[in-house]
Design a protein around this ligand. Structure first.
Ligand code: DGL
Length: 264
């Protein structure tokens, strides 16, 4: 029987679209189910216990309903807290999204790296571990920002955002002791590449922003290499809370190939 199972991509909101875009570029023939857990949004201000309880349970339900061939947790917060539990619970490949500290360390000339994520992500031992393993000779400064997540959601709803807000977020990182040396910033939340242009425009000096999305897309392409995609390509967006919240996003989702919206 033909295998028409989709790729299921999961985030708390629209952030995972920054992973979907490079993936759809590499795998345009695939079908996608994009899940925004708007009922649990924002993850970044939640406790480890809340994320650890919510994400594996929700993904279990989603997998039962949509029968994907592969799951992508397109969210750093959920991945750094719950990736192991999700992998243990699901009997299919699960790709996570963790801060791109390794590529940032490879390219930083000043040996000072910034990690911009959610509050929950930047305090994870996972980040200590990545820093120790891949950036041992760098100073790694971190800043958590719920505001930047909101700005990315607002942009995707088509609302104007203020460059001063982006500047304030960057100040939280660059204003720390040693922050003046930073030349490379890891966008350690999938929402942040969606506002990379605004961050660049707000930067006080030229900075390199590292987006893990293209690397995750390559991993997904590798894991699905040689597989058939017999159905029509395309996608569906699934929300976990009432559709009124999703409605202003309809145009932004359709422009990314997600032309159907449903609720879990
Ligand atoms: N996009 C998510 C991440 O990569 C989290 C945003 C949020 O819900 O706070 O961490």
């Amino acid at each position: 029987m033909a295998d028409d199972r989709p790729i299921l991509m999961f985030d708390s909101g629209v952030g995972g679209l920054s992973v979907l875009a490079p993936t759809a570029k590499l795998l345009p023939q695939a079908s996608y189910v994009y899940v925004a857990d708007n009922g649990g949004f924002p993850y970044g201000v939640r406790s480890e216990a809340e994320i650890a309880a919510r994400v594996p349970a929700l993904l279990g339900r989603l997998v039962e309903r949509h029968r994907p061939r592969l799951v992508v947790i397109a969210c750093n917060t959920a991945s750094t807290i719950a990736l192991g539990a999700v992998r243990a619970a699901l009997d299919l490949p699960v790709v996570g999204t963790v801060p791109a500290i390794k590529p940032a360390a490879l390219q930083s000339r000043s040996r000072a790296i910034g990690v911009l994520g959610t509050d929950a992500t930047v305090r994870q031992p996972y980040v200590d571990d990545l820093s120790a393993r891949f950036a041992g000779d760098c100073i790694v400064l971190r800043h958590g920002s719920a505001r930047l997540v909101e700005l990315a959601e607002a942009k995707l709803r088509g609302e104007p955002t203020d460059i001063a807000d982006y500047r304030a977020v960057l100040d939280g990182l660059l204003g720390q002791p040693g922050g003046d040396r930073i030349d490379t910033i890891v966008l350690a939340c999938t929402h942040f590449p969606l506002v990379a242009d605004e961050l660049a425009a707000a930067s006080p000096r030229p900075l390199d922003f590292v987006d893990g999305g293209p690397g995750i897309a390559r991993r997904i392409a590798y894991l699905t290499e040689g597989q058939d995609w017999p159905g029509a390509p395309g996608g569906e967006a699934v929300f976990t809370a009432p559709l009124e919240i999703a409605e202003p996003l309809r145009a932004g989702l359709a422009s990314r190939g997600l032309d159907r919206i449903s609720i879990l």
